[in-house]
Design a protein around this ligand. Structure first.
Ligand code: HEC
Length: 88
């Protein structure tokens, strides 16, 4: 009985660490922009801008101080996404 448990656990670990596992929606920069950045102003205020990574970092950090709900990790994901998608 004990062996079965160990095998089941091992299988779960293998499955959950497979590279093909879908990325969680919460980790997606586009989703973060949609969900956390369109409450106070239209999303287009962001998507119409072109900024270098440092400037996006500064903007997102300012928005966080204004009240945007973002963890440090989400902030980094979003800054990476914005820097890649809306570059000058
Ligand atoms: C709590 C309200 C609030 C939320 C949430 C918010 N913003 Fe803002 N945003 C503002 C206000 C107020 C301004 C105008 C004043 C300013 O620029 O700081 C603004 C202005 C901006 C501007 C135009 C000015 C510039 O620096 O280019 C951009 C771009 C922007 N926000 C991006 C974002 C992004 C990206 C997010 C998501 C992380 C976000 N905002 C979330 C309140 C908010």
């Amino acid at each position: 009985m004990k062996k079965v448990c160990v095998y089941t656990l091992a299988l779960c670990l293998v499955v959950s660490s497979m590279p093909s596992a879908p990325v969680l929606a919460e980790d997606d920069g586009a989703t973060l922009l949609e969900e956390r950045c369109s409450g106070c102003h239209p999303k287009s205020i962001t998507t119409s801008k072109r900024k270098a990574p440092k400037q996006w970092q500064a903007t997102v950090s300012r928005m966080k101080h204004r009240g945007a709900r973002l963890t440090e990790e989400e902030m980094q994901t979003l800054v990476d996404y914005l820097s890649e998608t809306f570059k000058p």
